[in-house]
Design a protein around this ligand. Structure first.
Ligand code: CU
Length: 133
């Protein structure tokens, strides 16, 4: 049982090596360009930007301070402070308006780009939202 698994594993690299050698030997040296595997083509769900995200405003801070979402994503800002805040993008790409304690608002970002945003009441509160395609 385990014996068969071991032997088939041992064969695989030998076959792959033989195929590469045969390809290189007979054709032009430029063949290396086409032989590189397209690793980005396969899906990597762990790295994918979310299409929905929540950002907390707490202790005069946006958390997390930098986020990446997919274009068209809905981003919700939830004010957990006792003070009113806003999440206002530079250039007014989005603006939640005044969020009182316990209130939240969502924005939908369709345009890819990097958005710096701040609190209209507390200019030192700054964070970054990155929208990718
Ligand atoms: Cu504020």
């Amino acid at each position: 049982m385990s014996h068969t698994v071991l032997s088939s594993r041992a064969l695989a690299p030998a076959i792959a090596a033989a195929a590469v050698l045969a390809g290189c030997g007979s054709s032009s040296p430029a063949s290396t360009g086409s032989s590189s595997p397209a690793s980005t083509g396969s899906s990597s769900p762990g790295v994918a930007a979310p299409s929905k995200l929540s950002i907390a405003i707490s202790g005069y801070t946006f958390a997390p301070a930098t986020v990446t979402v997919k274009s068209g994503a809905r981003v919700t800002f939830a004010n957990r402070d006792s003070t009113a805040h806003t999440a206002t993008a530079q250039g007014q790409a989005f603006d939640t308006g005044t969020l009182k304690q316990g209130h939240s608002a969502s924005v939908v970002l369709s345009q890819p780009g990097t958005y710096t945003y701040y609190c209209d009441f507390h200019a030192f509160m700054r964070a970054t939202l990155i929208v990718v395609r």
